[in-house]
Design a protein around this ligand. Structure first.
Ligand code: PMP
Length: 384
């Protein structure tokens, strides 16, 4: 049996989520289009709105500030492209970090092709984007800063509150990709002074293919849609709302809000036991900040071993080298290169990510598999 340690790529759907989705797919009362004005439409709409309130509650927002999307990729695209375009009259400069998810970086590339300027900030060797570095990058024509709360490869947590304060002072919108943070870190959009925030259900025990974008009340008129069509979601995201997906995300958000502290209190010692076990070997390095890390991710580099051979040796474990979405690329992780890791160490990196189903027995077995695998590979090809 494979030991699943890839929760940063996808979490298993919670049984309560699956049950609610199943009901939504089979209950004759919930089959109408939630935009329809008849009673059947109203019934479906009621459940969609309940889910909207549940997702809003997870991040301290109001229900009316949540727009459904297909996932964090779409949320990131809508936030960046939608806000940059509508604010182009005020300025055409954006600030982000080079360690962001591909969906933010690619949206920035697209904006550059449309004549916008983008500053991609470096991180320090621990993966932190210092607020002072963000402040220094702001220009009179900057309209948006986009930074993730928790990095998907290293788990490093950024100081969003400090960055929120400085963006507010300068009248610049702040977008936060919170796909990995939801259910792990506390998120309060008002306290953090965030204007836009992306979420993905499948990173928090919900289904794949559904996400949300928080757009604050004050910001909503400053974002234009990326997709065009009907007027759903106040015209910001046209298309029939997927009732069952939305209901699933609502339940997932409610569970995440209720279990976050308890889940993390259980995961931190498991993650530390994993680190203590794998770091018994020489030449194993922690990637990211030793403390400012979300509870679920442990990323290590292994000296003298090629990433692919290591993954092969660890095939009893479902883990990834770098981010799952970049799994087809043989390039060393750009996020780890930013930390100053050599191409060899960046390529020999393994991301373990733990979740609700992870047990201490699985962690102990993962350590055993890792240690024997690395020792065997090193015997086969001793370091030069
Ligand atoms: N942002 C981050 C930080 C992520 O980890 C992911 C998932 N890999 C995404 C965005 C994209 O999310 P989705 O798969 O829902 O499009």
């Amino acid at each position: 049996m494979t030991i699943y340690l890839d929760h940063a790529a996808a979490t298993p759907v919670d049984r309560a989520v699956a049950a609610a989705m199943c009901e939504a797919l089979t209950d004759p009362q919930l089959q109408a289009n939630p935009a329809a004005t008849h009673a059947a439409g109203e019934a479906a709409r009621g459940r969609v709105e309940q889910a909207r309130a549940e997702v809003a509650a997870l991040i301290g927002a109001a229900a009316g500030e949540i727009v459904w999307t297909s996932g964090a990729t779409e949320s990131n695209n809508l936030a960046l492209i939608g806000a940059a375009r509508l604010r182009a009259g005020r300025g055409r400069h954006l600030v982000t970090a080079a360690s962001e998810h591909a969906s933010v970086l690619a949206a920035c590339d697209e904006l550059e092709r449309q004549g916008f300027a983008v500053t991609r900030l470096p991180t320090d060797p621990m993966g932190i984007v210092e607020p002072a570095v963000v402040a220094a990058a702001l220009r009179p024509d900057t309209t948006l800063v986009s930074l993730m709360q928790v990095n998907n490869e290293t788990g490093v947590v950024q100081d969003i509150a400090a960055i929120g304060t400085l963006c507010r002072e300068r009248g610049v919108l702040l977008h936060v990709d919170a796909a990995q943070a939801a259910g792990r870190e506390a998120i309060d959009v008002r306290a953090l002074q965030v204007d836009l925030l992306s979420l993905s259900a499948h990173k928090m025990y919900g289904p794949k293919g559904i996400g949300a974008l928080f757009i604050s009340r004050e910001t909503v008129r400053r974002v234009e849609p990326v997709l065009v069509g009907g007027g759903q979601e106040r015209g910001l995201r046209p298309g029939t709302v997927a009732t069952h997906q939305v209901i699933g995300m609502g339940v997932a958000a409610r569970l995440a809000a209720g279990r976050r502290v308890e889940d993390c209190a259980r995961l931190v010692p498991l993650r530390e036991a994993l680190w203590a076990g794998v770091s018994r070997l020489p030449g194993v390095f922690l990637n990211g900040h030793p403390q400012r890390r979300a509870c679920h991710i442990l990323n290590v580099s292994v000296a003298g071993i090629e990433g692919e051979s290591l993954l092969h040796a660890l095939r009893e474990l479902a883990v990834s080298s770098g981010a799952a979405c970049a799994a087809e690329s043989a390039e060393p992780s750009a996020v780890l290169r930013l930390l100053g890791r050599s191409p060899e160490l960046a390529q020999g990196a393994i991301r373990f990510s733990l979740g609700r189903v992870t047990t201490a027995v699985e962690v102990a077995r993962a350590v055993e598999v890792f240690v024997t695998g690395v020792e065997r590979l090193r015997r086969l090809a001793p370091p030069a």
